[in-house]
Design a protein around this ligand. Structure first.
Ligand SMILES: C=C(OP(=O)(O)O)C(=O)O
Ligand SMILES: [Mg+2]
Length: 401
């Protein structure tokens, strides 16, 4: 029933107005799945390769589609993803493009779920998933590669850890986002938004800490449950490998100073989550920081691990980080993302399922988070391509997908 009978690929718009790859997968019994690839701006050096969409589509039509149509079953995700790897023939999807691969992989999963008549999270995670929901990390202030002339730290993230439901959590994040706008207005700071819908004011990081801390306290009092906050430092973007220093607008920090700075921030603001505090090549520094504050907070590797099990094994061996960001397009298939999640949880690393700065209305990551019982999902706070995932979580909780 799930034999793939058609795969169609096209260019569509992403949230930045750039082209991206969308895939449709159809099965013998009429099952249908559609998915689109997201796209990063602060990409890790070791990510699978995103090719220009028209090239990725042409290559996938030539190499991958013939290995899927009449050959692979959408209900057998490992088989579909193995066919994508075989079609590509490289270890980084540089032939068919990770953007074509991930779009087809996710569309096949949706087609498999459609044939079963089950929600995607259940097809991926099994009958007993759907009881636990991830805490959404909501980006409320940001800069770095996601906005010009804003904070050095890429993302200030709200973490409503005490929310009684995913719906309460999602609304709390949106309320903090709105409260941040009020506080910026009180300070006469004009601002627009960055790529992920976070406010992108022209302020320094210390003022951003003050404002987010205050907004979180105000909303916490309002809603009556515990709200923390965290960061995506995107350390690799700040790091200058020539000088071995992290370059902030107002000063430089060497690696030891960077570790101390982050550890102090964790203590001062009780941060619940710190992503990529250090350069993507510096496992040792990640290990030192994890040693120092890993019992108080999550130290998450995004550019460090790039959803890659080989890099995660190295991190586990060296005690670097205690959490991994999971972005399916960093590695190219759902199978690879699942394997990274499984390896992480088996070794006490918390998986955090994540969007990219360039997104579409695709909701696969919401289902992936529920399917894998992930404790966190990072998918923005506002903006249609972000709320697509957040609203899908609310629908899953309401049993309405
Ligand atoms: C979501 C992120 O940004 P991008 O998609 O630009 O890598 C991130 O760095 O975690
Ligand atoms: Mg990141």
């Amino acid at each position: 029933m799930t034999l793939i009978t058609d795969v169609r690929l096209r260019r569509i718009l992403d949230s930045r107005g750039n082209p991206t790859v969308e895939a449709d997968v159809v099965t013998e019994s009429g099952g249908f799945g559609r998915a689109a690839a997201p796209s990063g701006a602060s990409t890790g050096e070791y990510e699978a390769v995103e090719r220009p969409p028209s090239e990725a589509i042409a290559a996938a039509r030539e190499e991958a589609v013939p290995r899927l149509v009449g050959e692979a079953y959408a209900g057998n995700q490992r088989e579909v993803d193995a066919a994508l790897h075989a079609a590509d023939g490289t270890d980084d999807f540089s032939e068919i493009g990770a953007n074509s691969a991930v779009a087809i992989s996710m569309a096949a999963a949706k087609a498999g779920a459609d044939v079963l008549g089950a929600p995607l999270f259940q097809h991926l995670g099994g009958a007993f998933r759907g009881q636990n929901f991830p805490i959404p990390l909501g980006n409320v202030v940001g800069g770095g590669e996601h906005a010009a002339d804003a904070t050095d730290i890429q993302e200030f993230l709200v973490a409503p850890v005490g929310a009684p439901s995913v719906e309460d959590a999602v609304f709390a994040n949106a309320t903090v986002h709105g409260t941040v706008a009020d506080l910026l207005e009180e300070r006469d700071v004009p601002c627009g938004k960055g790529d992920e819908g976070a406010w992108a004011p022209s302020i320094d990081d210390s003022e951003a800490f003050e404002i987010v801390d205050e907004a979180v306290s105000i909303v916490q009092d309002e809603v009556g449950f515990n709200i923390g906050f965290g960061l995506d430092v995107a350390g690799a973007e700040l790091y200058d490998s020539e000088t071995g220093t992290y370059e902030y607008s107002d000063r430089s920090r060497d690696t030891d100073e960077q570790i101390e700075y982050i550890a102090e921030l964790v203590r001062e603001y009780d941060l619940v989550y710190v992503e990529d505090p250090l350069d993507e090549d510096d496992y040792d520094a990640f290990a030192d920081l994890t040693d120092e504050v890993g019992d108080q907070t999550l130290i998450c590797g995004d550019d460090l691990f790039v959803t890659n099990t080989d890099r995660l094994v190295e991190g586990i061996d060296r005690g670097a980080a205690n959490s991994i960001l999971i972005k399916p397009n960093q590695i190219g298939t759902l199978t690879d993302a699942f394997d990274a999640i499984e390896l992480a949880t088996q070794n006490g690393y918390d998986p955090v399922i994540s969007h990219r700065s360039g997104e579409t209305e695709d909701t696969t990551i919401a289902h992936l988070a529920v399917a894998t019982d992930a404790p966190f999902i990072k998918t923005g706070a506002v903006g249609g391509e972000r709320t697509a995932k957040l609203n899908e979580l609310i629908r899953i909780a309401d049993d309405a997908t």
